[in-house]
Ligand binder design. Structure first.
Ligand code: SF4
Length: 503
């Protein structure tokens, strides 16, 4: 199989950098249907540009390249041990080239392996079949949306929806609740894979496998087809909007399967995928390992540009700010303002926040913008370059952020998906704001980084280190201000009221 290594590497790189046509079509339609001039529409414009940038430069669509999950079908006689080894080598090579972020962390020591290999990573499922070719499907699903997966054990009580019983009506309620609870934290508009039944572990696996279906297919089971269509219609009336900003764009797909269950159990397992729905596949010649056919895409067709505009869609009401910031500047901002940041910012996410609870920061954070971001960085010619750098989900830092604001004088927290009441209270007390970037827009934001000024705490691993960046016109929306206002709390409340009407 002399071509196997090159074929698998091509599959990994294409999956990370080139969104499949069915997702592109769904996102284009979603952008067209959104109300122009809204924050949701602005976010979709940036997302479309980001997709073009990623495909054009073969850069990662999102900096979180996820847990690589392969589903491989092999004819009898293929050596699966050798095949797995080839997959590991392809994943490590794609990481070395900056197409995948080093994402594999030892769960006991916290150490990043640096090459995406480690205990049970990547995930590889083998199945045998009676066809002649080998089929490899790959899905890259990041942590932000993975954290919004949810499993219900019915009967259960749901916020705004009441009791969900052991029938299709109860399942419908669970799925709608799953969409609502995700809000913008999983980078909406998202897609759902759902499994009705099975046991806890297999139910989640089957739910994720539903994401291997194309968004435009029709479920062969008419009962499930009707449920899928109904969920799409109702979910898109909730008003979550792109990034949870409020708007029409909430869901781009819903795929449901049913599996037999134990009489005592009734699970509804939901896998939430973000708009950066990276999934491709190939058919391989079992003798040479060469790609015989691509799945989900036709490489003979040109990749069509998606962007409607160039740059962040400006309204003329944007606030240009130079970091570091003063308290007065931050108190003057209010929810809904769009800011364009120029100057120096620092990245910091889970490990940095944990570090700051026990240690002083390695830099002066007074007036600083702290960016929740785990970038893809590559050392080229002895210097670090930013390869992908969109915001990560901020709510993970909710237990720490109020202390960070109070102790170290941070004036702006940048991330996505919003934060909770503890942070909101600290923003008000300290005179600081939360700025929501466009989740997944990793290429777009990488291009705002003019220079890497330094790196601290690199021992935490590349994504977790504190990167000191010089940015220009970094666009973000004030979604939590220093006056106690939170767009996230407002949208959650409004969508909850609409959810109750779906009863
Ligand atoms: S688009 Fe958002 S949810 Fe999806 S992988 Fe990127 S950061 Fe995570």
């Amino acid at each position: 199989m002399e071509s196997l290594a090159a074929s698998l590497l091509e599959l990994v790189i294409e999956t990370s950098t080139n969104l499949p046509p069915d997702v592109r079509a769904a996102m284009s339609l979603t952008a067209r249907l959104e109300t122009p001039g809204t924050q949701s529409s602005q976010a979709l414009d940036v997302i479309l540009q980001n997709v073009d940038m990623a495909a054009g430069d073969q850069g990662a669509i999102c900096q979180d390249t996820g847990m690589p999950t392969f589903v491989v079908h092999t004819p009898v006689g293929v050596n699966q041990i050798h095949f797995r080894q080839a997959i590991l080598e392809a994943v490590a090579e794609a990481t070395r080239r900056g197409k995948l972020r080093p994402n594999s962390v030892d769960s006991i020591t916290g150490k990043n392996s640096g090459n995406n290999l480690g205990e049970e990573t990547p995930v590889v499922h083998f199945e045998q079949w009676e066809e002649e070719q080998i089929e490899v499907k790959l899905i890259l699903k990041g942590g932000g949306c993975e954290n919004k997966n949810i499993q219900y054990s019915v009967p259960c009580e749901l916020d705004h929806l009441g009791r969900a019983d052991r029938n299709l009506e109860g399942v419908r309620k669970c799925i709608l609740h799953a969409v609502w609870q995700a809000q913008g934290q999983g980078c909406s508009p998202g897609a759902l894979g759902v499994c009705i039944g099975s046991d806890r572990a297999h139910g989640y696996e089957l739910a994720k496998r539903q994401l291997l279906r194309t968004l435009d297919d029709v479920n062969p089971d008419p009962r499930l087809a009707a449920l899928e269509a109904g969920i799409m219609e109702e979910a898109n009336k909730l008003g979550v909007g792109a990034m949870g900003f409020g708007g029409k764009a909430t869901l781009i797909g819903c795929k449901i399967c049913a599996a037999n269950r134990l009489p005592a159990s009734f699970f509804v397992s939901v896998a939430y995928d973000c708009w950066a729905f990276r999934r491709l596949g190939v058919r391989l010649d079992p003798a040479t390992g060469a790609i015989v056919k691509w799945l989900y895409r036709d490489p003979s067709q040109p990749v069509e540009a998606m962007a409607r505009n160039a740059g962040f869609p400006l309204t003329g009401r944007e606030v240009a700010l130079t970091a570091p910031f003063t308290e007065a500047q931050m108190r003057a901002l209010k929810v809904g303002d769009v800011v364009l940041i120029t100057g120096e910012i620092f990245t910091g996410r889970d490990a940095v926040h944990s570090y700051l609870m026990k240690n002083p920061p390695p830099v002066d954070l007074n007036g600083a913008a702290l960016y929740h971001c785990g970038p893809v960085m590559l050392k080229e010619g002895g210097a670090w370059t930013v390869k992908a750098a969109g915001p990560t989900t901020s709510i993970r830092e909710e237990p720490y952020e109020a202390d960070v604001l109070r102790r170290y004088g941070v004036r702006a927290v940048i991330g996505k998906g919003g934060m909770g009441p503890k942070t909101l209270a600290a923003l008000k007390e300290c005179g600081a704001v939360y700025l929501n970037g466009i989740g997944g827009a990793a290429q777009y934001y990488a291009r705002t980084a003019e220079k890497v000024l330094g790196v601290y705490l690199l021992e935490l691993g590349i994504p977790e280190a504190m990167w000191h960046l010089k940015v220009k016109d970094f666009a973000a929306i004030v979604t939590m201000d220093a006056h106690g206002n939170s767009l996230h709390a407002d949208v959650e409340g409004q969508t909850g009221e609409r959810l109750a009407k779906a009863l």
